[in-house]
Structure formats: structure tokens, C-alpha cells
Design a binder for this molecule. Structure first.
Ligand code: NAP
Length: 384
């Protein structure tokens, strides 16, 4: 049911480039070339040779950013749901003081070409390659940082990628970073708590925990960061195999392990729009954790809204978390634990995602009915 993992197209930038720190003009310091050399020699630090082509590219990037007069936001995941939402929000605002530098591993992909057509500067970088990130972040004002757990199912990899983005952001002196995060469920359910199984040796909800743990990568380096707590995408009904299925009794059913508790949900596009609101608001959000959601709904309420929108009866099957974990698809145990965590701490989980604040950041915030009215025809419907 979970999205199939895509083969990672890891095209490393062929050349190592200078760090952005080295790129930044020092406010004061040695002006003479000779003096610079002496310092390097005295400390006997290895001086990395920079390939002329790469450094010229980086310099052009900085020049272009300055010439545009816009503050550049580097968007990772730009060809995806969250980052794509932010790209469209910024480029859809003709009066925006921000420009977009979109990160992708493959600038020739259809999605990358489509965002270039919207006006984004598309650059190649890989979250696994810190030098490529430093090049991409060079000369920018801010960055939206997101990892994609579902491509590799490795929380350790997410943590390493977050560390690389934080390192690049620090070195490039970015003024505002948004880290797309989630709760580290181990702060609520320690590994010793047996109400749910420990997964991969040290996680309860791997795709949550690593993101929460990775907050420290940004705070430890004192990167000016807003920690954005995202919510369950309603788009999962289209792309993530969570749409209605035919149940054992032949009825259309959505299945979650939330009992009768409410789950904060959001249109994935609205995450990007809220992120844009955070960048626009600037300094007051730095250092803050902000949660966003479009509506809190129980499974029964989601099923009722789906039934109304689709004109077909959809029932909610509230399976217990053990049943969900046993479904056998890749990530079922992680999602079973996620639902159990969201169910058992539903009130707290909703409270951390203020609807009012989300709307203040994004006046077009959709609720589930709004989202359904736009997307109901995209939900794959099985024959009953
Ligand atoms: N589904 C939900 O309900 C939900 C809710 C909250 C949070 N999340 C989290 O959202 C995250 C995924 O975000 P999304 O849904 O926006 O992603 P998505 O639509 O699946 O797209 C994945 C994006 O990540 C980029 N990417 C992946 N690996 C990369 C790498 N090594 N280097 C550079 N770019 C890389 C891809 O870029 P290219 O392929 O162009 O290189 C693409 O833009 C997951 O970690 C998930 O846990 C999901």
C-alpha cells in the first residue's frame, strides 16, 4: 500500500567545489592574496583546490541571485508534494520578494522541467552529497529542507541527510531555514514501553522519530530554523494506497488504526503554502516549532465526507494497530505504530497543529471538503 520506493538516481556532482563559507566575502580580514596564503601555510591546513568550472558556476549563481533583487529560497523536494507546493506558492505570487532555486537529482525529469517553466532556477544536488548541497545553498537567503523516508525506508539515512542540509545551511550562512519535521515518538513512548514494538532496533515510529531527532542537527549548529510539524496528507488517498478498498463484506472501506480519535490532516499543497507564509513572516518564526493542519477528523468523519463527495457509501474500518502492523506491505509496521501514536496522543497531536495559525500563514487553507471538491475524481476507485 505504501508508495513503491523509487530507484534512487544518485548522480553525484562530478566535481568537488569550494565550501560556501569559503565563497562568502569576509566582512574584514586579509585583503592581500599573499596574506591569505601565509595564514593557510602557518596553520598547515590542506588548501582544497577548486575546479575553476564549478566555482564559476557557483559565482554565477550568486550574481544571478543578486541581480534578480529577490531573496532566493532553495527548495529541496521541489519536484515533490511539500517542496512543489512551496515552489508554486512563491512563483504564483507575482509580487513575491522571493525567488526559487529548486533542488532535484534530475533536472531533466518532467517534474523538474515543469517547475523550470514556472520560473524556478533548477539545480542538481543530492541530499546524500553535502558538497552538492553547499553549491546549491550558496548565495541563497533561505532553504526548505525535507527528506523522503518512503524512498528508502531508512531513518538513519534521513538523519544523515538532515545533517548534511544543516551543515550546508550553516556554511552558507542562510538566514532562515524551514526543516520539515515530525514528533520523535520516543519522547512519548520510550523504547522500553511495550505497548508497541520497537522497530529497527531503536525506533518506535521510524519515519517520525528520525525527523524529530534531526531537529538537533539544526539547533546544535545554531542554524536559524523554523521546525514545521506537518500532518497526514489527504493526498494519501490518491498516491499512497490509502483510498477506499473493497472490504470483506464487499463495501467500500478506508482503513486506519485511529479508533474514534481525530487525526490532523492537510492538503499537501497547503504545507508549501504555509511554509511560504513562514518565510514571508521571517524572523518571528525563527527558533519556533509550528504545526500545520487543515482539519482534524476521525476515520468515521473522513468516511462520511468521502461518501458525500463520491456519491458512494464509504465505511471506516477501525482496525487495531496490531492488525495494521500485520498487513505485510513495506512500512506497515511503521504506519501501524504511527496510527497508534497518533490515536493515543490525539489531543496533543492536534493541539500541536493549530488550524488558526495555519490559516494565518495561508489564507487559502483547505479543509477536507474543500480538498475533496478539487481532487475527488483523482482518487482511485475499485469496482464493487
Ligand atoms: N504522506 C504523508 O501523509 C506525509 C505526512 C507528513 C510528512 N510526510 C513526509 O514527507 C516526506 C516526503 O515529502 P514529499 O511527500 O513532499 O515527497 P515526494 O512527493 O515523494 O517527493 C520526493 C522528493 O524528494 C526529493 N528527493 C528524494 N531523495 C532525494 C535526494 N537524495 N536528493 C535530492 N532530492 C531528493 C525528490 O527529488 P528528485 O526525485 O527530483 O531528485 C522529490 O522532490 C517523507 O519523509 C514523509 O515522511 C508525509
Amino acid at each position: 500500500m505504501a508508495r513503491k520506493s523509487k530507484a534512487p538516481a544518485r548522480k553525484k556532482a562530478g566535481v568537488k567545489t569550494k565550501t560556501a563559507k569559503a565563497n562568502k566575502k569576509p566582512a574584514s580580514g586579509p585583503k592581500k592574496k599573499g596574506a591569505k596564503k601565509k595564514v593557510a601555510k602557518a596553520k598547515s591546513k590542506p588548501v582544497r583546490k577548486r575546479p575553476a568550472k564549478a566555482s564559476a558556476k557557483a559565482a554565477t549563481r550568486v550574481r544571478k541571485a543578486k541581480a534578480s533583487g529577490k531573496k532566493i529560497i532553495v527548495v529541496t523536494g521541489a519536484t515533490g508534494a511539500q517542496g512543489g507546493g512551496l515552489v508554486r506558492a512563491i512563483l504564483g505570487d507575482a509580487k513575491s520578494k522571493f525567488g526559487v532555486r529548486a533542488v532535484t537529482r534530475n533536472p531533466k525529469s518532467d517534474k523538474a522541467v515543469a517547475i523550470a517553466k514556472l520560473g524556478a532556477e533548477v539545480v542538481q544536488a543530492d541530499l546524500d552529497d553535502v558538497d552538492s548541497l553547499k553549491k546549491a545553498f550558496n548565495g541563497a537567503y533561505g532553504a526548505y529542507c525535507v527528506t523522503n523516508f518512503w524512498e528508502h525506508f531508512s531513518p538513519d539515512k534521513e538523519l544523515a541527510q538532515a545533517a548534511k542540509m544543516a551543515e550546508a545551511a550553516k556554511e552558507c550562512g542562510l538566514k532562515h531555514v524551514i526543516w520539515s519535521t515530525l514528533e520523535d515518538s520516543r519522547n512519548w513512548i520510550p523504547l522500553s514501553d511495550n505497548r508497541m514494538p520497537t522497530l529497527m532496533g531503536k525506533y518506535k515510529v521510524p519515519h517520525f522519530d528520525a525527523k524529530g531527532e534531526a531537529n538537533g542537527q539544526f539547533t546544535d549548529r545554531k542554524v536559524p530554523t523554523t521546525f514545521l510539524l506537518t500532518s497526514y496528507y489527504w493526498d494519501n488517498l490518491i498516491h499512497f494506497g490509502m483510498g477506499p478498498q473493497v472490504g470483506a463484506d464487499g463495501a467500500l472501506t478506508i482503513t486506519m488504526a485511529m479508533g474514534d480519535k481525530k487525526l490532523p490532516g492537510i492538503a499537501s499543497d497547503d504545507i508549501g503554502r504555509c511554509a511560504y507564509g513562514i518565510f514571508r513572516s521571517g524572523a518571528k518564526y525563527i527558533g519556533r516549532t509550528v504545526g500545520v493542519a487543515g482539519e482534524y477528523l476521525s476515520g468515521a468523519e473522513m468516511a462520511a465526507a468521502l461518501s458525500k463527495a463520491l456519491g458512494r457509501v464509504v465505511r471506516y474500518d477501525a482496525v487495531d494497530p496490531d492488525t495494521y502492523r500485520s498487513f505485510g506491505f513495506a512500512g506497515a509496521d511503521d504506519l501501524g505504530n504511527m496510527f497508534q501514536f497518533n490515536r493515543d496522543f490525539s489531543e496533543e497531536f492536534c493541539r500541536a497543529r493549530g488550524l488558526h495559525e495555519a490559516r494565518s500563514l495561508n489564507k487559502d487553507l483547505q479543509n477536507f471538503d474543500d480538498w475533496l471538491s478539487r481532487h475527488k475524481d483523482e482518487i482511485p476507485m475499485p469496482q464493487t
